[in-house]
Each structure stands twice: as C-alpha cells, then as structure tokens.
Design a protein around this ligand. Structure first.
Ligand SMILES: *Cc1c(COP(=O)(O)O)cnc(C)c1O
Length: 410
C-alpha cells in the first residue's frame, strides 16, 4: 500500500485522497478557487455554517430581536454553549470550560489565579521561544504578585522547587515541536509547580486530554484550528480544584449575581468567575456554528491524516526543495499539525508563493510555515504546494522587488 512518505507523483497523492475518510468534510468550508490554503493554523477559513449563522445573528437576533435576544436567542449562555462543543476536543468536562475574551486576556486571568494558588513561590517558568503575547502577559502579571519570569530553552531540565507556575505552549508556533503534556505536567507536579497549557496550536488539530494529563489550567484560541473567524473568542479551562482561586479581572459577568447590581464583588462559583464583561455575541455565534463540523469528526482520524500530510510534505520538500532545512521534528510523535522549513529568504519566498495561490506564512527570521488542517486540506494540495515552492526556488522569481515589500501583517 502506498505510504505518504513514498508519494512521487500527483496521481499517488490523488490516490491517498481517494481513500481519505475525512474527504467529505471539505465541503463544509468556503475555500476560494485557485487557492491552496495552508494557513488554517493562523486563521481558519469560513464555514458555510458560520456564514449562515452570522446573517441570522445580525438580521434576526440583533436586527429584529434587539435586546430581547439575550433571552430569546440565549445569547447569555453562549460562553457555555460554545464551551460544550470544544470540551470533547480537549478532554475536559464542559462544566469547567468557558469561551470568552482573547487568549491573551484569558492567560492574564489563569496566570493570576495560579500565582494566587502558589503561596511562597514566585517564579513563572516559560520558554524563550514561546509565543510573544504569552511572555508579554507574564511580564505584566509578574510584578503584580512580586513574581519573576524565568525563560528556559528546556523546561524539563530547568523545572525546580522554586517554580510556582510553568507556562507552556503545547505546540511551538515556529517549529511545530510538540511537548509530551502528561510527562511535563507530572514532572511539574512532582516539584510542586502548577502548569498552564496554551493550546492555541492543539485544539482542533489533534486529540487533547487535559484531564488525563492531570493539568491545572489551559487556554486556547478560537480562530485557528477551530475556524471561529478573525478575532474569535478564546477558551479558558480551570481544573475544579483551582476554581476557587482569585481572578483579578473581576467584572460583572464573573459575579455570583450579575443582575442583582450589587455594589461589591462576590465571585461566582465554578468556572463562571473566569468571565469578565459582556461576551462578544456575534463572534461567539460564528464560532458556535463553525464548531458544528467537529461534532461528526473522529479526532483520531484527524490526527492520522495530519501526520500523513506532514510526512508527505517533508518527503516532498526533501525531494524537491533540497536547499531548505526542516525546522520541524521529523518524528511525527514530536510534531503538532504544521511543517516549517528554514529559508534565508523566507519573506520574499512566501510572498512569491502567495502570489501563486499557495497561502502559508512566514515567521521571522527564517521560517516558512505550513499549517496542515485535515478537514479541508487534500494530499494533492500538499503535493502541488511543494511543486510550486520548488519552481519558485529554482527560477529565482522570488527575488523580484515586489516580493520584498513588507506589509504590516506577516
Ligand atoms: C495565536 C496565539 C495566541 C493568540 O493570542 P491572542 O490573544 O488571540 O492574540 C496566543 N498564544 C499562542 C501560543 C498563539 O499561538
């Protein structure tokens, strides 16, 4: 049987698509003609369901229902309704998960809560290569608790008994390297530290089992693999044993009785105290609808295809683009759902690729990053993308002046 690593022709790739059990899901997405989209790890595409739902939410619920829709369209429960659809993807009970605010803001809440729970310890340990917003938020939170942020290149080696909170992103945004969540959590707990997992590149990409790993806190993104749309709200999960922690963004939605309008704050019990202000209803509605596609998906099949797409992309890059070095782990067990290639001219090369309809992204200084999203990415897409990349490199077309011009968002 043909293996993804031994694909040599477009017909080979098409044969893998023929027997792909996830192939029918592609129809749920609205993908522009002539585009090979390999950036769903940064912004998931529009689903047919989300498009319909947004029209309904704007015209019917907002336009006609007006303020009554908080009750009649159940806007008030959206942070829970949406959480119930994400919970099975990350291995938690829906009662401990809430969807609201951004990943950055939710990180502020759980990092504060974790420090509140860590009497006597004052070190936040994270990775030098973590996504910048995570490090920036930690820089902002640390002085509020008299804590310090310590950066590491190897958190397993650098964990010690001074660490209050280990804050890690499961899948590295640059390289796609994936941590062993159970092993890291167990080691941190052994040394008396709490762990915050950032699941920005995990949720919807492969099965996650937070409860199985004994995790403490987690946050993650709604607009990447979950396809909620630009700026979609994020999720925050807190293990029941930590839900009594103080979270200092104590807005009225986190109050025990928001509509009693009491002058003093009394925190809601359970996960609700991790709410802050009025939730973003239109964005939640889009995310809610987009998540329906996951209702019928076996996440083990998603992982299997993700790994196969990655193995094939690496084999094709080795064969066709030998000047590029692989920045992602070759071993599939250590990889998330992306493949990154090192290229000294990553910016203009990615611009040239985008001009040919292959959309990935570039991460400074030298990474060409390709997200693999099994619900709509085909094996032929990956095959074609690597052929086009090879042509661009061989012809030198990437060096034209237009491809060197920088836009605000890279
Ligand atoms: C994408 C991403 C974020 C995004 O945070 P926002 O608050 O949505 O801007 C945070 N952390 C990681 C690791 C990410 O990859």
């Amino acid at each position: 049987m043909l293996s993804p690593k031994s694909v040599e022709t477009r017909e080979d790739a098409a044969a893998l698509d023929e027997r792909d059990p996830l192939a029918p899901f592609r129809d749920a997405f609205i993908l522009p003609q002539g585009v090979i989209y390999l950036d769903g790890n940064s912004l998931g595409p529009l689903t047919r369901a989300a498009k319909r739902r947004l029209v309904e939410a704007v015209e019917g619920e907002w336009g006609e229902g007006l303020i009554r829709s908080w009750n009649t369209a159940d806007w008030i429960n959206l942070p829970h309704t949406v959480a119930a659809k994400i919970a099975p993807l990350i291995g938690v009970s829906a009662a401990d998960l809430i969807v609201t605010d951004s990943t950055s803001v939710n990180l502020f809440k759980v990092l504060s809560a974790a420090l509140d729970k860590s009497a006597g310890r004052q070190v936040i340990l994270s990775e030098r290569g973590n996504f910048p917003t995570d490090l920036y938020i930690a820089e902002g939170v640390a002085p509020l608790f008299g804590a310090t942020l310590r950066l590491s290149d190897d958190v397993m080696a650098d964990l010690d008994e001074s660490v209050a909170v280990l804050m890690v992103t499961e899948v590295d945004y640059r390289t796609g390297r994936r941590h062993d969540m159970s092993a890291v959590t167990a080691r941190a707990h052994q040394l008396g530290a709490l762990v915050i997992w950032d699941l920005a590149h995990s949720a919807g990409a492969f099965p996650v089992d937070l409860e199985g790993a004994g995790a403490d806190f987690a946050i993650g993104c709604g607009y990447k693999y979950l396809n909620g749309g630009p700026g979609a709200p994020a999720f925050v999960w807190v293990a029941p044993r930590h839900q009594n922690a103080v979270q200092p963004l104590s807005g009225w939605f986190g109050h025990a009785a928001p509509f009693a309008f009491e002058p003093g704050f009394r925190a809601a019990s359970g996960i609700d105290r991790f709410l802050t202000g009025t939730p973003p209803v239109l964005s939640l509605s889009a995310l809610d609808a987009a998540l329906d596609v996951y209702g019928d998906v076996d996440m083990n099949l998603v992982r299997q295809k993700s790994v196969a797409l990655g193995d094939m992309m690496i084999a094709r890059a080795d064969a066709r683009c030998p000047s590029l070095a692989l920045a992602s782990p070759r071993d599939q067990a250590e990889r998330g759902s992306q493949v990154s290639l090192r290229c000294a001219d990553a910016y203009p090369v990615m611009q040239a690729l985008i001009a040919r309809g292959v959309i990935g992204d570039m991460r400074a200084p030298d990474i060409l990053r390709f997200g693999l999203t099994p619900l709509y990415t085909r094996f032929v897409d990956v095959f074609d993308a690597m052929e086009i990349l090879a042509e661009i490199l061989e012809s030198g077309v990437w060096d034209q002046e237009e491809f060197h011009r920088r836009a605000a968002v890279t």
